[in-house]
Ligand binder design. Sequence first.
Ligand SMILES: [Zn+2]
Length: 826
Amino acid sequence: MPSLTRSEALTRAARIAVDSMEVDLDLDRGPQHFGSRTTIRFTCREPGAETFVDLRAHEVHALSLNGTDVDPASVTDGRLALTGLAQTNVLEVDATMAYSHDGQGLHRSTDPADGEDYVYGHLFLDAAPTVFACFDQPDLKAPYTLTVTAPTAWTVLGNGAATLLAPGRTALATTQPLASYFVTVCAGPWASVRAEHDGIPLGIHARRSLEPHLRDQAQQMIDVTAACFDEYHRLFGIRYPFGEYHQVFVPEFNAGAMENPGCVTFRDQMIFRGAATPDQVFQRSNTIAHEMAHMWFGDLVTMRWWDDLWLNESFAEYMAYRVTSAVGGFDEPWVEFGVMRKLWGYAAERAPSTHPVAGSPAPDALSALGNFDGISYAKGASVLRQLIAHIGDDAFVAGVGEYLRSHAFGNGELAEFIVAIEGAAGRSLTAWSAAWLQTAGADRIGLEGDVLTRVAPEAHPADRAHTLDVAAFVGGREVARVELVVDGERTPVPGLADVPAGALIVPNASDLTWAEVALDAATIDGLPGNLADVPDASARSVLWVSLLGSVARGEVDPRTVLSVFVAAWPREDSAAVLSRVSLLMTNQVVPLFLPPGEQEGARARVADAADALLERSASVAGASGDALAVLAARVWARTGVDEDRLRRWAAGDGIPEVLVGDDDFRWSVLRRLATFGVLGDDEIAAAEAADRSLAGSLAALGVRAVRPTAQAKEWAWGRLRDDADLSNYAALAIAGGFWTAPDAALVRPYVAQVGDLLVGLSGRMGDDAVSRVVSAMHPTSLVEDGTLEASAAMLARADLTPGVRRALVDANHELREALASRRRFD
Ligand SMILES: [Zn+2]
């Protein structure tokens, strides 16, 4: 099915305007299909002209344009040509649509905990025509009026306030003008917590089987929502314009969340059913703040086309961290940004798929999906921080307000944004925008004595000025901090010559700029003994991020980072640093960068570090001690080699008190046992019987897939290849365990067949879902030349969708980085 091209969208938007959308959905027709009637009223600026409407139905029953019937068979490739248009037109469509199981379109699933069904709409990026007929592009906005028939026990939520017309029949209030990809309906026997803030009705909803956890956690989310509303109102001077504000935690959601105006959807693992560490609670709060920022950036003013998606995502990313910092109650949000988000972004910048923040390539809608990446989020937000350092915060806030007001309920693009900011700043931003927004690449910043060096990447030359600071630490003391603007290739740092020998010197210590930081050799040598004593969490995060980046670039031996980890990680305080650094150690540094013969030994050293943190946690009182214990125990469960102790932990013996009864933790211990091949089928079945939840059934799939036997791998492969009803989450759970094998010979025979498997999956699942499976199913963990050859053969195929190709390019790059490091350091 052809994806809408940018030029088709331009032509269509020049020709028509959509006046109103009326959609009537019938969700009470069983588990496979739903009814969809649409009435579109639209104006044509060139009467007599033609255009087309998007419609991807299971079956079209009736079509009419301006009262004249149109043959349903004339819908081809998801499009219906509309000819002989009048100035004002009415299109009526009656169709049956199919529910999805891949998180795209109208997703329907059954909760294994109680057999209840739930439906949610995720119409991003191009799935709206699978739910109703529409002109599916971001700049043809219209007010939507939805009416929904559903089983009488269900609650129906959507973008407009719901009114029950009769049992099983709900009207959703007419919305402000919305882009088609923002429309949603969430229906099912939801558990709900409702509140109100500043005249805005609030609702938080989740599956009924999650109700106790929802009730425990709702107040924290309501408090964050309320505080963020106040802060956004203060910053923008524009009130939230979409009526009620519902936050619905839905099952099997691909992304983190989606900013549907008035009815935001979130992945429902964010309703924690076990222990949650401060970084997890922060991440959920930050996601709440991010989606709220979108109510202005994205929803009120929408990018004209997908190549400006940074206007949505970079802003929402930046604003969420700014606002969570401003409302307080969290442990240094910008540190979390550095270690979680910028690490992701720097990896994206190293890959061949990197692109400028603005004007990311999107010749058609579907190819835009790949640009929802570390560049559009983490780099974009970092670039906005540099913009603020460059022009001042008052000018930034004033310019942003002007941009929002002048494009409200419409669309905007880069040039219009720059004009608004230039107006407020009173100066030209042409050169700044060209260097930072319109050129890809990260500069490399390092030190030669007391001179800071800046080198632009050869592939993406630009003259980027950086506002940053350099700090030096000796023992637990900060001995120097110098703020400067780096606008040449060599910039002297006053005062650095006086810093004593043995100091850790940290360029970009406050993490304000976007650059690869190359640490000097003396600082790297000093990290094992001194990193944990650096009193500034931001500087520690920059040191970790630099070190891990240097390993990925093949500049530092992965054994060095293992030594730093063993010495410094157990003494770390930041939950974000503890969590992210340990995840990269266990999922990347050890399995990809160390030779196979050293990996189990390295895991044992990581487990010892986890034990050291566990011991330390016992001496820390209260919630802080609990958080350290949870972080430590989770790492030990992934890396421990003592089978007896794992068995005791699986039975709940000897685990930290805060993890007693935590099903997710028990599954992680079982998974480790399964990798040793010591977990029987009966034990997995018993664990599954004891945890009938969706999370339990997915964890069981993963545990079955990691078992190191030919039968287990054959089973996992067969499910991915043959199971036509496999949901997006089930596929990901199986794929995530498949390549785990103590002996590569067990899985090596599958390497050459991965391309066929993935192409088969992409015939059954949308790109948003399947691209995540691609990342898991690419055989990156077999770091061998043969894998690289197989990966290249996959990339050479002509039958890849844009999402599959993009995920393969990135996985291929990760494999290349690991191979290059192995060649140098093995
Ligand atoms: Zn977003």
